[in-house]
Design a protein around this ligand. Structure first.
Ligand code: HEC
Ligand code: HEC
Ligand code: HEC
Ligand code: HEC
Length: 407
């Protein structure tokens, strides 16, 4: 595929949904956003740096590496960063095989590319309505709800939900009816359903395909994270949940848990926790919040964006990674330099994306010199790489207080 055709095809394949996600990124970018890249520039780089030659994004592009819109990297910055770093060995080998030079990045380029990969996951992959139909029976929905000619009459008919209703609206309906529904389930001795992997998306795909009438065509909001932040407190979520330390401690800190997947999948995750959450609400004498319009979407837009930063990193553990990763062999115990240049104090306060970019650019030289030093390519878990980056950002001083996350 020529480069221009690849760009055109990629832009088409991602289409409107992605444009809305990117608009969201741009709208939310000022004022303390935890990411530093521009996903639209990142999309162009994905083509110009030839990533698209080996990687498809939801079916469009090369087949040598994994499809980055489907299987790969669905998490926070540390997960994407570790995905990139760890695969660079395999990539360099493949590139040698295909005789292409490894890509290097300037300016803000790697941050842009990472923003692109991150926002790819904002919207769902299309769910599978056939699997959704099977789940509708397996999860016992059919005992109480009719669709077409089948199903019980304890709950409302679900083919009354218009065709093409946005997935988050369905998640919202499910949430709003949670209290009455769990009561009915208890009476029938059914356990509340739990969803794994893509199950929630598949079930929603089924429900939005069965309506007797079509949903009115309306502008589909990508969610308003600023409004979501306010709702998070107004709806009482904050009484139990913190986001990065701000808020209550009854439920998990939603900035720190590794919530994975698209916004709708996050909403599905919340449903899994309904039993524990509703008894916590009862204990606090609190009524479960009800959502209208796009409110649930706004809350999850907020949570999706907050997730980028990942858990706080620890420069002291980063110092251990510096040793274990063999950096010490070429850059010296205090980062004073040796085979490689001096690192101490060179990157103080730089964004994590920028430091990763320096590491990425130097990977080929590091790789060439490793055999002579008797070391192998260091692979890192996401949290380990985040710790290492914060150690470098502290100027190789593990005692320094960690700077604000996401810097
Ligand atoms: C020559 C082929 C090739 C090119 C070019 C290439 N990759 Fe890869 N990529 C691979 C292969 C093969 C893997 C799987 C490697 C592995 O399992 O370690 C991979 C894995 C990845 C992963 C990790 C996926 C995961 O699930 O953890 C990311 C992220 C990634 N590539 C991003 C990129 C980006 C961004 C570019 C462009 C700068 C790029 N790749 C260019 C071949 C390539
Ligand atoms: C034990 C019976 C029961 C089971 C099982 C059940 N529901 Fe319900 N459901 C209800 C009742 C009753 C209501 C209406 C609640 C209310 O009035 O607040 C409802 C409401 C709903 C609504 C809101 C409908 C609307 O018009 O807004 C949705 C969506 C829904 N259920 C989906 C599901 C799905 C999906 C499953 C399976 C995972 C399921 N339900 C399982 C009893 C059940
Ligand atoms: C009364 C306390 C309480 C309130 C209010 C509350 N939650 Fe929870 N929430 C919990 C508890 C407890 C858990 C963990 C449940 C479990 O372990 O199954 C949880 C779990 C979650 C999870 C899953 C986290 C994970 O790591 O998988 C999400 C998402 C979530 N809540 C979102 C919300 C949102 C959004 C609101 C506001 C609409 C909210 N919660 C309101 C107590 C609460
Ligand atoms: C085998 C020797 C070797 C090892 C091991 C090594 N480096 Fe390097 N490093 C170099 C060399 C040589 C350079 C100069 C880069 C170039 O010219 O491409 C460099 C450059 C760098 C730079 C770029 C500095 C700048 O000015 O932009 C960073 C950051 C860096 N290394 C970090 C690390 C980290 C972190 C590790 C451990 C995971 C590591 N290096 C392991 C040899 C090594």
């Amino acid at each position: 595929m020529t480069r221009r055709r690849a760009t055109a095809a990629l832009a088409l394949a991602l289409g409107f949904a992605l444009a809305a996600g990117f608009a969201l990124a741009a709208a939310a970018a000022p004022e303390g956003a935890p990411w530093h890249g521009d996903p639209i520039r990142g999309q162009a780089l994905f083509v110009s740096k030839r990533c698209v030659g080996c990687h498809a994004v939801r079916g469009t592009g090369g087949r040598i590496g994994p499809d980055l819109g489907r299987t790969a990297v669905k998490g926070s910055f540390p997960e994407i960063a570790a995905g990139l770093w760890n695969h660079s060995v395999v990539m360099h080998e493949k590139m040698r095989e295909f005789r292409v030079a490894p890509p290097t990045f300037d300016g803000n380029e790697l941050a842009d590319l990472i923003a692109f990969l991150y926002f790819l996951n904002y919207f769902d992959e299309p769910g599978d309505p056939r699997n959704g139909k099977a789940l509708f029976a397996e999860k016992h929905c059919i005992r109480c709800h009719a669709v077409g000619r089948e199903g019980g009459m304890i709950g409302p008919r679900l083919d009354a939900i218009p065709r093409g209703t946005p997935p988050l609206r369905i998640a919202q309906a499910l949430w709003n009816h949670g209290p009455a529904m769990t009561g009915a389930m208890r009476r029938m001795k059914l356990d509340p359903p739990r969803f794994r992997g893509n199950e929630f998306l598949d079930l929603v795909a089924f429900l939005r395909s069965q309506g007797q009438r079509a949903a009115p065509r309306e502008f589909r909001s990508a969610g308003d994270p600023e409004k979501g932040r306010r709702l998070f407190s107004a709806k009482g979520c904050m009484r139990c949940h913190a986001v990065f330390g701000q808020g209550g401690g009854v439920g998990p800190d939603l900035g720190l848990t590794e919530l994975r997947g698209s916004v709708t999948q996050l909403a599905g995750t919340m449903w899994n926790h309904w039993p524990a959450m509703s008894s916590a609400m009862q204990a606090m004498g609190m009524r479960p919040p009800v959502f209208v319009d796009d409110e649930l979407g706004d809350v999850f837009a907020y949570l999706f964006l907050a997730r980028y930063a990942g858990p706080p990193s620890d420069p002291a553990r980063g110092a251990a990674m510096y040793t274990r990763g063999g950096c010490i062999r070429c850059h010296g115990a205090g980062g004073e330099g040796g085979v490689g240049p001096r690192l101490s104090g060179r990157m103080v306060g730089e964004a994590r994306e920028a430091i990763l970019q320096r590491m990425w650019n130097h990977a080929p030289r590091m790789w060439e010199r490793m055999p002579a030093q008797g070391i192998t390519w260091p692979r890192f878990e996401p949290s380990e790489l985040a710790d290492l980056l914060s150690f470098l950002a502290e100027g190789l001083d593990a005692r320094a207080p960690t700077r604000a996350r996401g810097k």
